[in-house]
Design a protein around this ligand. Structure first.
Ligand code: ADP
Length: 639
């Protein structure tokens, strides 16, 4: 046996005893062995890398990854482990053969030696062995007594998944990952929450499928505020969001603006839709034609709501109004990464559409596309087909429009722009929430989130944003009246097709072992965006999984892919960054009143109109405003 074999064996024996110690400490959750584990702490200081160069003429190369809960057995224990675990080589087969062919003349072991919970990949906890041998890698392994083991499956805590559980279970099964339906004492790689970031408290590692503050940010009032801020700065860019007023605080503005319009032109016949702030599924929504029709309450009874210009001329199919539910993944907030699902749903009204009139204002099945409402109409059509019925796939609708000569590429690229602009509008405040909940430097998970965008196509094909759901329904069953007045949940093939794909591919994108540094994919020339439409089956983006049985990703990256066209819109985000920095959201960076004065002076912002006294007042105003939005009283205010 050559010198370096002996050295490696010594190292591995040391690792083994270290692993056994760690395993005892960890208890019953050490179910996932790997080929080679981290070196002992004594050999490998944090993030250290041990390189042992061999002079042997034999050549082999092996790349393997250490996961947090690894176990390693050598010698006689090999028998026990080898049957259970697949070779890592089979997972990285091409890499192995490439290394082998390159005849590398060294052996390299790298690892942090630290037990990490669900974060191994981000901490560079890799073990790499480049070992020269003229024999095949597998032969060498056999000779060395290595028995290969399967990569540890990604672990998902599904205990709080609620109504997304069914689709999530199917997705996890397809990915061959490991589900923990009752939660787990040890950390999981992914926590799937049904409602909000706070569904599980005290998560210090891994990834959670909800951002802190997202529920608050996407409530109707806050979304309207964020959109209005952007409309004030970039009116043309944000003309896809209907004019909105916040009630009760903007009632006077609303009524005087409408009066003025009507006084100027008596033929103007606008309609407005009133939506309660916390409402969903069409609850409490009604249409009005005059501000005096508002059902306003006073005092503590006053209902927070948004009143919005009603889109009177929607695009119709089969004479019916419909809207689009598009699934959007925020993969990361910093840097901003947005994916759009190429397949979505369309929800149809169940009564033929007519422009609003005093007579039909209350016809919900004509004006509101909510599935939860229309399912109770006698006209609702449940269909197993994706292109008929009251709920259809987006691609089937686009296909139909294309057949009528509609430029659906244009429609799709407008939709992508709408999504990116909307996320850019809410990102600044989301970052404030995020920093407040998970301060940098403190242990905490990273977050991602699937959002449900509700989009209406106008008759002229312009997409309009109706709302964004922080918690889109991921149910794959639908309610059906099985006997008069008796409703039951039955499987819905259309929902399953779309939603399982979205969840599964979100998981694939969040797979901790696939994470790599984000490289903005700027397109040369920064030309038109949205060249790919949902009807097209293939994505350019492929993950390693796709080499196997899984279909190509149904999620398409749109940001940073189209950064160039939209970067200028991130102005408010930069202001928010200053806000976060100077107002101490990051804890230790709080800016005092004197420092604020210095800041103003340094930036040459004070003038005869903006005196130092005004600067002090501004400082007090801003700090007061933020203190109302600290984690303890987060509902209070927006940026
Ligand atoms: P909810 O959260 O209660 O579903 P939405 O804002 O999605 O509230 O509105 C419910 C439905 O009302 C939408 O699905 C759409 O059919 C209709 N709607 C909402 N806003 C408008 C609007 N501005 N113009 C036309 N229809 C609208």
């Amino acid at each position: 046996m050559s010198d370096h074999y002996v050295k490696v064996k010594v190292q591995l024996e040391q690792m083994k005893s270290f692993e056994q110690d760690e395993e005892e400490k960890r208890g019953e959750d050490a179910e996932e062995p790997v080929l080679v584990s981290s070196p002992p702490a004594s050999l490998s200081p944090e993030s250290s890398s041990i390189t042992i160069s061999g002079t042997d003429a034999s050549r082999a190369s092996m790349t393997c990854k250490h996961r947090g809960k690894s176990r390693m057995k050598l010698g006689k224990d090999d028998k026990k482990s080898s049957g259970k675990h697949m070779s890592e080589v089979s997972l990285h087969g091409s890499a192995v053969s490439a290394h082998t062919e390159k005849n590398l003349n060294r052996l390299h072991i790298k690892g942090t030696g630290k037990i990490l919970q669900g974060k191994s990949e981000t901490n560079g906890n890799y073990v790499t062995i480049h070992h020269e041998s003229s024999k095949s890698t597998q032969d060498t392994r056999r000779e060395e007594g290595f028995k290969t083991r399967r990569r540890r499956p990604v672990t998902v805590d599904t205990s709080k998944a609620k109504t997304s559980l069914e689709a999530l279970k199917i997705s996890i099964k397809q990915l061959k990952w490991k589900e923990f339906p009752l939660g787990r004492r040890a950390a999981c790689d992914i926590y799937w929450h049904g409602v909000s970031f706070h569904d599980n408290e005290n998560i210090v590692s891994g990834q959670v499928n909800k951002f802190p503050g997202m529920v608050e940010m996407l409530r109707k009032i806050n979304l309207s505020r964020a959109m209005r801020t952007m409309q004030e700065v970039f009116p043309e860019e944000y003309d896809f969001y209907p004019r909105s007023w916040i009630l009760p605080e903007e009632y006077q503005q609303f009524s005087s603006q409408i009066r003025m319009v009507k006084d100027n032109d008596a033929t103007v016949n606008t309609t407005f839709i009133v939506k309660p702030d916390g409402g969903s599924q069409g609850d409490g929504i009604y249409l009005i034609r005059d501000p005096s029709d508002l059902k306003l309450m006073t005092g503590s009874q006053a209902k927070q709501a948004v009143v919005q210009e009603y889109i009177q001329k929607p695009l119709l199919i089969d004479k019916l109004k419909f809207d689009i539910r598009l699934y959007v993944l925020i993969k990361s907030l910093e840097p901003l990464e947005i994916y759009i699902a190429k397949e979505g749903l369309t929800r149809f009204c169940t009564e033929p559409y007519q422009e609003p009139s005093q007579k039909n204002l209350s016809h919900v099945f004509m004006h509101l596309t909510n599935y939860s409402l229309n399912v109770h109409s006698g006209n609702f059509v449940h269909s197993d087909s994706q292109n008929t019925g009251s709920k259809r796939t987006l691609s089937s609708v686009l296909y139909r429009l294309a057949a009528k000569g509609v430029d659906i590429k244009r429609v799709w690229s407008d939709i992508i722009a709408l999504v990116i602009k909307t996320v850019i509008a809410v990102a600044p405040e989301l970052k404030v929430y995020y920093q407040a909940d998970i301060p940098p430097g403190k242990p905490g998970p990273t977050c991602f989130q699937i959002l449900g965008f509700d989009i209406l196509l106008m008759k002229n094909l312009k997409p309009v944003l109706l709302e964004v759901n922080s918690n889109p329904s991921m149910r794959i069953e639908h309610e059906q009246e099985v006997a008069p007045g008796v409703f039951e949940y039955v499987p819905s093939p259309v929902d399953e097709e779309v939603k399982v794909g979205v969840i599964r591919d979100t998981l694939r994108l969040m797979d901790p072992s696939h994470r790599k540094p984000t490289i903005p994919q700027l397109r040369a020339g920064g030309g038109e965006h949205g060249e790919e439409i949902p009807m097209e089956a293939e994505s350019q983006e492929r993950s390693r999984d796709e080499i196997g049985a899984l279909p190509s990703l149904c999620l398409k990256q749109v940001y940073p892919k189209y950064t160039k066209q939209f970067s200028f819109l991130r102005l408010v985000e930069r202001i928010a960054a200053l806000f976060i920095r100077f107002l101490g959201v990051k804890g230790n960076m709080r800016l005092g009143p004197t420092a604020f004065r210095t800041f103003i002076r340094t930036c040459k912002l004070s003038t005869s109109n903006f005196t130092m006294a005004s600067v002090d007042i501004l400082y007090i105003d801003i700090t007061r405003r933020w203190s109302g939005a600290t984690p303890e009283s987060r509902e209070a205010d927006s940026l």
